[in-house]
Every structure is written in C-alpha cells, then in structure tokens.
Design a binder for this molecule. Structure first.
Ligand code: G4P
Length: 530
C-alpha cells in the first residue's frame, strides 16, 4: 500500500494549474467553455444557449461585466481530464485590470495564450506576456478563428517571435482558412484532423487521416494537396524542434491552430497541458522554497472576490495551495494576524456551481469564506513562519478623492472602501485628516467601485479629481529620519489599507524634488505583500 507521502506526490503530479491570456475578443471565453466541456464541467446545451443570451460564458458573474461585455473579475474552475485534475484560472482581459490579472498569474504554473488569427499579437497580449515573463511561466499558444479569413500562419508565427520574443514551435499546421479551412495537420502525430464546422460538435467525431501521402487527402482536396505538402515540408524544415526544457523555462511555445467556437483544435491544447505543462512547482516563501510534496499544508491568498453569486452576499478568498493537503475543518496559522484559524468548508468551482472541497493539494485553488480576515497576499501554514512572495501592489497612476453625498453615510463609505481595497478592486489611501483617496490602474475601476458602493453598501459618493498624480511607498533608514520626513511632508502623506505609509505626489516633478531632498528615504513603485 502506498504511504501517505507517495500518495500526496502522486496527487500533486496529476495537477495542472493554468490561466488563459488573451486580448479581449480573441476567444478566451469560448475556449474556456470548450475546455470545460471536455472536463464534463458544463452541459453543452445550457452553455451554448446561455452564451447567446448573456454574451459571456460561465466565468462571468458581475452585472458590469454583462453590461460591458468584458470580463472584469477572475474566476477559478476545476475539472478532470485524462486522469488529471485541471485548475483553470480566468483572468480579466481588459487592460484596466492588469493588476488583478498579475495576481492571478502568480498562482498558475502555465498559461494558454489565445491569438486571433486575423489580428495577430494585440496590445493586451503584449502586456499579459510581459507579466508571464516575470515568472518565466511556460506558454502554450492557440491561434484561433481559423474558420475565418485570417492572416498567413507563417506571418503570425514571425510576429509572435518578433514582438513577444517567444520562440514558436508549431505542433499542428492549418490547411487553408475561412471557407476553405480543411483542418490541421499534426506535425508530431503525422495525421490530418479534418475540420467540420458546428458549435455543438464534439471532438470525438472528428475524421482523422493518417499520413501526408494518404491518397484520401488527394481525393478530398485534389486542387490543394500539392501546395499543402510543400508548405508542410517547408515548415518542418524551418521550425525548431520542440524542447521541453525551453518550454518550461518560458522561452519556447508550442503552437496549435484551431477554431474555438467550432471546438476544433481545443483538445490538442488540453493534451499539451496534460503532457507538457508543469505539475505544481516549488514556491518562494521568503524564508525558504516550499516543495509541493511537503506534508505540512501551506499556501497564499491571491485574490478576493465578492458577489460571485447574487444569492450569496459574501466574499471568497482564493487560496493557492502550495504544499500539503487541505482537509475540511483543518486548523491553520494565519501568519499576518499571528493567530490560529479554522477553514471549515472551503469551496471549489465547477463553472457556475460552488462545491464543497473535500481534498486539495498543491496546485489546487480553494475558495475560503472571508469576512475580512483574509487579505490578498496572506500566507496560511500549519505553524511555520513563511510568507509567500511575489504578489505586488503597483503604484496607481489615477486618483480620485471620495466623500459621501450624505455626510451621515461616512461610516458606510469607509467600510465599503476598506473592504473593496482589501479585495484589490481599488487601492484606498487615507490621510491624517480622514480624507480618502482612491488609486486605480484603469478608469473602469472607479466606475465599478462606485457601482458596488451604491448597490452593496447603499452609499452614493462623490468622486472628485485630486491633485495627486502618483504614489510611492516609503521606507526609512531609521526612526528619526521617518519622524522628520513625516513632520515636513505631513500634507502629502497617507496610509494604504494595510497601514503602510505612502507619499502622494502632485506630479513627477514634485516626486523628484522630494526624492532629491530626502536621499536617505526610499520611494517604492510596488509594494510586496506578505
Ligand atoms: P474573449 O473572451 O476573448 O473576449 O472572446 P470570446 O470568446 O467572447 O469571443 C469573441 C468573439 O469571437 C465571439 O463572437 C465569439 O463567438 C467569436 N469566436 C470565438 N472563437 C471563434 C472562432 O474560432 N471562430 C469564429 N469565427 N469566431 C470565434 P461575438 O459575435 O462577439 O459573440 P457571440 O454572439 O458569437 O457569442
């Protein structure tokens, strides 16, 4: 019989935790939906119909998202495929939420990048890839919408290589496009998977044609096969061999072509995830690296989300397990608050359904009911003093001051903003006089916060421009310097949601002048949470 340790190692090995990154409209939602179909996590009919009605699929919850047709919040979905447990973390594609996206990307071990074949590399693709690069996240590329008139595949690969500096290795190669899209030829398996359109089609009834010289191909596509054979020989000749080490180092990406909406080529991506994407990786916990197969339970909160379900007005802390095993009711150490806490009934998510989690190991994401005790970046362990690193806050570039329309609602406003700040929806700073400043990376964040304050906290607020243009977190060499600085700069100082001192600069010039006067003080553009 296997001992507990080998069982844990076996379970960890089965995990694949990844996110889909894409410029809005490239097909992330569609791909998510099709991946979930393979895992049996959603029912075909419901999903397809629901999609038409609501525009965006199972991973979107908030009203604003539906109104705008963009995915604002992230969600987590777990499903099984080919003996593996797959955790799919959805990332908001809109640029206003890059900070949130960054945090989600700290919790994955791999990413699937979706490219619209008609558009190629787009602005948000570049940004998201930069974020992945910070952690050398391995990337699988899916070039989508081959059923449309799109760009030349060789051009697309060169564009990815040139702009994203990511070496591409095509694993499948498309035959035609748009009305004459015939399918994809697997360069590794040496067969053609024939394309058949249809949203409701399952991949299992695809026609496979073995070998490039198969006469069946000439029968089907007599006019095209000459050119097809030539171009496949060419591409085999010029592309680099797939190198798993380079892929795992984030330097090389296997590329697949397909059509998400037709559920074509999606299975290839899933197979690549299972076969090549890494199992949960060791994590930097400050004091030391934590191995995923260590027995004691550890992990960190990377996201807090409210209103996932209008029926449950609660907040969920998304927690990435980094080692050990979660069991319902287990007691853990909340290191920031230095106290014990119980996790009575953590959740996992299967499309729209929340299910009580009975067992979780490294790589899994559990949802913990949260009444404010957990913040983004919090580490939980079985007692060891660790702090998982790498979840930064970025200095916001957009600021508003906030005050309630009704002065008697000041308390609600404070409470609402404090909670939204802890969730990471917006950054909230408060100065000595009790004035609140909201800091955002994108304008849309203000809109969402205003709407949520009005609906969840029943407070209408006035948001006004301020003279703040950027913020910097501060650190001091000693207490005396800190006191002198605080006395002199009192009017420009505030505290963030965790009580850290922040300098609110009126302009870059103002910031530089202050920095010049105070060379001993350090001004930070990011703050790491631990
Ligand atoms: P996103 O989450 O990345 O923003 O993209 P989403 O999946 O919502 O897809 C954006 C649009 O592209 C949708 O069309 C979707 O149907 C379409 N799409 C996705 N994959 C394919 C594909 O392989 N081929 C083609 N031709 N279209 C694809 P829409 O008209 O905006 O919405 P809908 O009414 O079709 O749902």
């Amino acid at each position: 019989m296997a001992t507990l340790d080998t069982l844990l190692a076996k379970d960890v090995k089965k995990r694949r935790t990844f996110a889909i990154i894409a410029h809005p409209d490239a097909g992330k939602t569609t791909l998510t939906e099709k991946l979930l179909l393979f895992g049996g996590a959603i029912q075909m009919a419901g999903a397809v119909k629901g999609r038409k009605a609501a525009r965006h699929a199972t991973s979107d919850w908030m009203e604003v998202e539906q109104q705008r047709g963009i995915s604002v919040t992230s969600s987590v979905m777990q499903f099984e495929y080919d003996g593996h447990v797959i955790n799919l973390l959805d990332t908001p594609g809109h640029e206003d939420f890059s900070e949130d996206t960054y945090r989600v990307l700290t919790a994955v071990d791999a990413a699937v990048m979706v490219i619209d074949a008609a558009k190629g590399v787009e602005a948000q693709t570049i940004k998201l890839l930069e974020v992945c690069r910070l952690r050398n996240t391995p990337i699988i590329t899916f070039i989508n919408k081959m059923d449309r008139e799109v760009r030349d595949p060789i051009d697309l690969l060169s564009e990815i290589e040139d702009i994203l500096k990511l070496e591409c290795v095509p694993i499948t190669w498309p035959i035609g496009m748009g009305k004459t899209f015939r399918g994809v030829f697997s360069l590794t398996k040496d067969h053609l998977v024939r394309f058949a359109p249809g949203e409701d089609r399952l991949s299992s009834n695809q026609e496979l044609i073995e070998g490039l010289d198969n006469p069946r191909l000439d029968e089907l596509f007599p006019m095209e096969m000459g050119y097809v054979r030539e171009s496949i020989e060419l591409i085999k000749g010029v592309s680099n061999p797939f190198d798993i080490k380079k892929f795992l180092a984030g330097e090389q990406s296997p590329v697949f072509f397909g059509s998400g909406v037709n559920n074509f080529g999606v299975k290839d991506v899933l197979e690549a995830l299972v076969q090549w994407a890494p199992e949960p990786q060791p994590r930097d916990a400050g004091a030391r690296m934590v191995e995923p197969t260590e027995k004691p339970f550890t992990g960190f909160v990377f996201k807090i989300q409210a209103n996932m379900d209008p029926k449950h007005r609660d907040r969920i802390a998304f927690f990435r397990v980094c080692s050990g095993r979660y069991t319902p009711g287990m007691k853990v150490r909340h290191l920031r608050e230095d106290r014990e806490m119980k996790i009575p009934n953590a959740l996992t998510f299967m499309a729209n359904d929340r299910v009580t989690m009975m067992d979780a190991v490294a790589g899994d994401i559990i949802g913990i009911y949260n009444h404010g005790q957990l913040h983004i970046g919090d580490t939980l362990t079985e007692g060891e003093k660790l702090g998982f690193t790498g979840i930064p806050y970025f200095a916001p570039e957009l600021f508003r001051s906030a005050r309630p329309k009704d002065p008697f609602k000041a308390k609600q406003l404070h409470k609402g903003l404090k909670e939204l700040g802890e969730e990471g929806a917006i950054q909230v700073f408060e100065n000595d006089l009790g004035h609140l400043f909201l800091g955002a990376v994108g304008f849309l964040q203000f809109e969402i916060v205003a709407q949520r304050l009005a609906t969840e906290y029943k407070v209408d607020a006035l948001y006004e421009n301020t003279d703040v243009s950027t913020a910097r977190w501060l650190s001091f060499p000693d207490e005396l310097t800190q006191k002198q600085f605080m006395d002199e700069q009192a009017s420009r100082l505030a505290r963030d949601a965790d009580g850290n001192l922040v300098y609110l600069a009126t302009s870059i010039y103002n910031l530089q002048t202050t920095q010049k006067h105070w060379p001993q003080v350090q001004f930070h553009t990011t703050r790491e949470k631990n």
